[in-house]
Design a protein around this ligand. Structure first.
Ligand code: ATP
Length: 241
């Protein structure tokens, strides 16, 4: 098995007296899409922040490319889309993309090529010259996703990327994620959309501070004797089906 790109071992995170994450263990290997699902407030974003070194664990380790984050030299290898957009509202979509492409250290010719590609993936080509302050919520999410994809990063971490994205475009985004996975990239994605979780290679089911299941969607459905990932989720929560 290829070396893990993300490796989470016995992660514990507390906020005040509340233990949000009790013992989190899973890996993401090259050429794999891992979908992290769990109820609202379960700690999905917190896992991502611990992974990327934006929060500090109370116990356990999180490594990315074998190192504890943050590591400046690894940032160009990672595309991250946060749950809340961090965009320059007074700049156009194009100007935002150029800014972040430069931050990632892309060359002038790469910038032109990469912006054309990512804008097409998220369906923003025609809107690139508009100011972001005039974008809808969905357009802002799409721009954030485009920024995460810039520079063909080896690891892509997406926190609820398809909120506010219509079904046709969501499919297009997933087609692209599959292509990136097939090219050997690693993708960690959190989602509330259960039929989206079915598209991941491995699903990590987060409940009560632990990953209670980590398997392919097919195996999870078999294990829980249900037809959909939504039902796996409900059954795991103890809901009578
Ligand atoms: N900086 C913080 N200080 C205190 N509590 C926090 C902090 N960050 C997160 N929490 C709490 O930790 C819990 C997990 O939050 P988190 O955002 O990781 O959940 P989530 O699974 O991503 O939720 P959602 O799906 O609604 O985005 C929540 O109860 C939240 O209120």
């Amino acid at each position: 098995m290829a070396a893990a790109i993300i490796n989470l071992t016995h992660l514990v995170k507390k906020f005040g007296t509340q233990t949000i994450l009790k013992d989190i263990n899973f890996t993401v290997v090259p050429g794999q899409i891992v979908g992290l699902i769990g109820p609202s407030g379960a700690g999905k974003s917190t896992i991502i922040k611990l992974t990327l070194g934006m929060e500090k664990a109370d116990n356990g380790t999180a490594t990315v490319f074998g190192q504890t984050m943050p590591q400046r030299q690894l940032l160009a290898k990672i595309g991250y889309m946060a749950q809340t957009d961090a965009l320059y509202e007074t700049l156009s979509g194009q100007e935002n993309l150029v800014f972040f492409a430069k931050m990632k250290g892309l060359s002038k010719s790469e910038i032109v090529h990469e912006i054309t590609y990512v804008a097409k993936v998220v369906g923003l080509t025609a809107d690139l010259n508009k100011r972001v302050s005039g974008y809808s919520g969905g357009m802002k999410r799409r721009l954030s996703l485009a920024i995460a994809l810039l520079g063909q990063p080896q690891l892509i971490v997406l926190d609820e990327p398809t909120v506010g994205i219509d079904p046709a475009l969501r499919r297009q985004v997933w087609r692209e994620l599959n292509k990136l996975r097939d090219a050997g990239r690693s993708i960690l994605i959190t989602t509330h959309v259960m039929d989206e979780a079915e598209l991941a290679d491995q699903v990590a089911l987060l409940l009560d501070g632990e990953v209670i299941a980590f398997d392919t969607p097919a195996k999870l459905k078999q294990q829980y004797q249900v037809a959909t990932i939504e039902d796996v989720f409900l059954k795991a929560e103890g809901v009578q089906l």
